[in-house]
Design a protein around this ligand. Structure first.
Ligand SMILES: Nc1ncnc2c1ncn2[C@@H]1O[C@H](COP(=O)(O)OP(=O)(O)O)[C@@H](O)[C@H]1O
Ligand code: SF4
Ligand SMILES: [Mg+2]
Length: 431
C-alpha cells in the first residue's frame, strides 16, 4: 500500500466542498444488532451476541468513510445492517432523508439500486457456474432494467471500467485471479449506478501487491461516478489513503470518529493509538528507523457479555476505576473529532481526579521495539494484519517500560514513550 491517492497535504485547487458541508446521504442513529442465543427444547433466549451495540454516524455525499477495528468487533454486521441485508434490532437508518429502518423486501427493492455491497471474499461471492457476463448482468435482470445499448454492451463497458477486457464476458470465475475477481465484484456492484457502496474488507483476501491496485481503482471510480463509500477494513493501512473520515470500532461501538488527518496526527482514543502503532511504516527510508509499537495483550472480549463501563478497559493501559464503572459517551472533543474515553490522548483529561490505574492496565499493553517484531514478521503488511491478536507472543523489552508504569504522568496526558512510538509511523507517511 505504498501509493497515495488522496493527498495528505494542502487541499487541491478544485477540491469538492468540505466533507462537513456536503449533504448527508446516510444517517445512522443508535444502531443495534443483537443476535439472540437460544437454548433447550423450547429454544428460550438465554442471551444475545451484541454485535453492534448503539452506534451513530453519518455519511455525506461523495465521501469515503473508513471503518476499522479488530476482527469480531461488529464491522461486517454493521455493513449488512446499513445496507438492510439484515434487520437492525434497534436504532434507525435514514437514506437520503428517508427512514429505511423497517422497510420490508418490497419497500427496499427500489433502494437496492442505490445501495450496493462489495464483499470480502472474491472467491466465494461469484457463482463458479456462471459466466462473468451473467454475473455482472444479474443486477439488471433482478431489477428489470434494460440499459441503453443492451445488457451485453453495458456489461462490457463495465468490465472495461474496472480494468478488465470486454472479451472476458464469456469466461468463468475460476479463470481469474483474486484481484480480477474482486474487479468483477466491483463491476457488478456498480452496474446499477448506486449512490452508496459498502465494501466489506474488499482487499483483505488479496495479495498485498494487489491490494493497492484495487483500492486505487475504487478511488478512481468514486471520482468518475460520484460514488459514496463506506469501506470496512481491519487494517488502518488499507483505508488510510482513501478515507475522508475514519470510524474506529471496538466491541460493537464506535470509540473514535474523526477526519483522517486529525485521526492520524492526533488520535485521541487509546485503542486508535494502538491500532495505528500496528500500521507499518510505509516509507522504505524510515523502515530502518528505530520506532516502537504499542501491542495490546489478549483478544477482544466476547460481545455476549461486554466488559462494563468502557468496553476497552480490560486491555487499556490507561484504565482507572471510572473506566470500569462508567461508560464514556462519544463526545465531540475537537471539531469533527468524536471520542469515547475518560482519559483521551492529545487532550485534557476528562476525569483528572481519577488517576490510579487499574491493575489490569499495568499489564494491558507493552511497547516493543520494531526490530523485535521484524524478526518474527516476513513483511510489514503481515505485521499490520496480525500483530494485534498475537500480542502475547512478543518478548518484552525491559528497557522500555510501558506508559502504564507512570500513572500520574499518564493520567495527565503528558508525553510518554507510548506517544512517541505512535507518532513515528504517522510521520513516516507524510509526503
Ligand atoms: N448471524 C450471526 N449470528 C450470531 N452471531 C453473529 C452472527 N454474525 C456475526 N455474529 C457475531 O457478531 C460479532 C461481530 O461479528 P462481525 O460483524 O462479523 O465482526 P467483524 O466483521 O468486525 O469481524 C462476532 O462475535 C460474531 O461471532
Ligand atoms: S482510558 Fe478508560 S475510558 Fe479511555 S479507553 Fe482506556 S479504559 Fe476506556
Ligand atoms: Mg468482517
Amino acid at each position: 500500500m505504498s501509493e497515495t491517492k488522496k493527498s495528505d497535504a494542502a487541499v487541491p485547487a478544485q477540491a469538492p466542498a468540505p466533507a462537513e458541508e456536503r449533504e448527508v446521504l446516510l444517517k445512522v442513529e443508535g444502531l443495534q444488532k443483537h443476535f439472540p442465543i437460544r437454548k433447550g427444547v423450547l429454544q428460550r433466549q438465554v442471551g444475545a451476541v451484541k454485535a453492534v451495540d448503539g452506534i451513530d454516524f453519518e455519511v455525506r455525499k461523495g465521501e469515503t468513510l473508513g471503518v476499522v477495528g479488530e476482527s469480531g468487533c461488529g464491522k461486517s454486521t454493521m455493513g449488512r445492517v446499513i445496507t438492510r441485508l439484515q434487520d437492525p434490532t434497534g436504532g434507525s437508518i435514514h437514506f437520503e432523508g428517508k427512514d429505511i429502518t423497517r422497510l420490508n423486501t418490497a419497500g427496499m427493492r427500489p433502494l437496492r439500486r442505490d445501495i450496493q455491497m462489495i464483499f470480502q471474499d472474491p472467491y466465494g461471492s461469484l457463482n463458479p457456474r456462471h459466466t462473468i457476463g451473467s454475473i455482472v448482468s444479474a443486477p439488471f435482470r433482478l431489477q428489470g432494467v434494460e440499459p441503453q445499448g443492451g445488457v451485453k454492451k453495458e456489461v462490457q463497458r463495465l468490465l472495461e471500467l474496472v480494468g478488465l477486457s470486454p472479451e472476458h464476458y464469456n469466461r468463468y470465475p475460476h479463470e481469474f485471479s483474486g484481484g480480477q475477481r474482486q474487479r468483477i465484484g466491483i463491476a457488478r456492484a456498480l452496474a446499477l449506478k448506486p449512490k452508496l457502496v459498502v465494501a466489506d474488507e474488499p482487499v483483505s483476501a488479496l495479495d498485498v501487491s494487489i491490494q493497492a491496485q484495487v483500492v486505487n481503482l475504487m478511488d478512481d471510480l468514486q471520482e468518475e461516478l460520484g460514488l459514496t463509500y463506506v469501506i470496512i477494513a481491519h487494517d488502518l493501512s488499507v483505508v488510510r489513503h482513501v478515507s475522508d473520515r475514519i470510524a474506529v470500532m471496538y466491541l460493537g461501538k464506535i470509540v473514535e470518529l474523526a477526519d483522517r488527518t486529525s485521526l492520524y496526527e492526533a488520535p485521541m482514543h487509546p485503542y486508535t493509538k494502538a491500532l495505528m502503532s500496528a500500521v507499518p511504516v510505509p516509507d522504505p527510508k524510515r523502515r530502518g528507523a528505530k520506532s516502537e509499537r504499542i501491542l495490546l495483550r489478549g483478544d477482544v472480549p466476547s460481545p455476549i457479555a461486554p466488559p462494563p463501563g468502557c468496553r476497552f478497559h480490560t486491555r487499556c493501559w490507561k484504565a482507572t476505576e471510572v473506566c470500569r464503572t462508567v461508560e464514556p459517551p462519544l463526545l465531540e472533543l475537537r471539531p469533527g473529532q468524536r471520542v469515547a474515553c475518560h482519559h483521551p490522548e492529545n487532550f485534557e483529561d476528562q476525569q483528572p481526579q481519577d488517576t490510579v490505574l487499574l491493575t489490569a492496565a499495568k499489564e494491558a499493553a507493552e511497547l516493543v521495539a520494531d526490530e523485535v517484531l521484524a524478526e518474527s514478521a516476513q513483511t510489514s503488511a503481515a505485521v499490520a494484519a496480525e500483530v494485534l491478536p498475537q500480542t502475547g507472543k512478543v518478548t518484552k523489552d525491559a528497557s522500555k517500560e510501558p506508559a502504564a508504569e507512570a500513572p500520574e504522568t499518564d493520567a495527565e496526558g503528558s508525553e510518554t514513550d507510548a506517544e512517541a512510538s505512535v507518532d513515528a509511523p504517522a510521520e513516516g507517511d507524510e509526503k
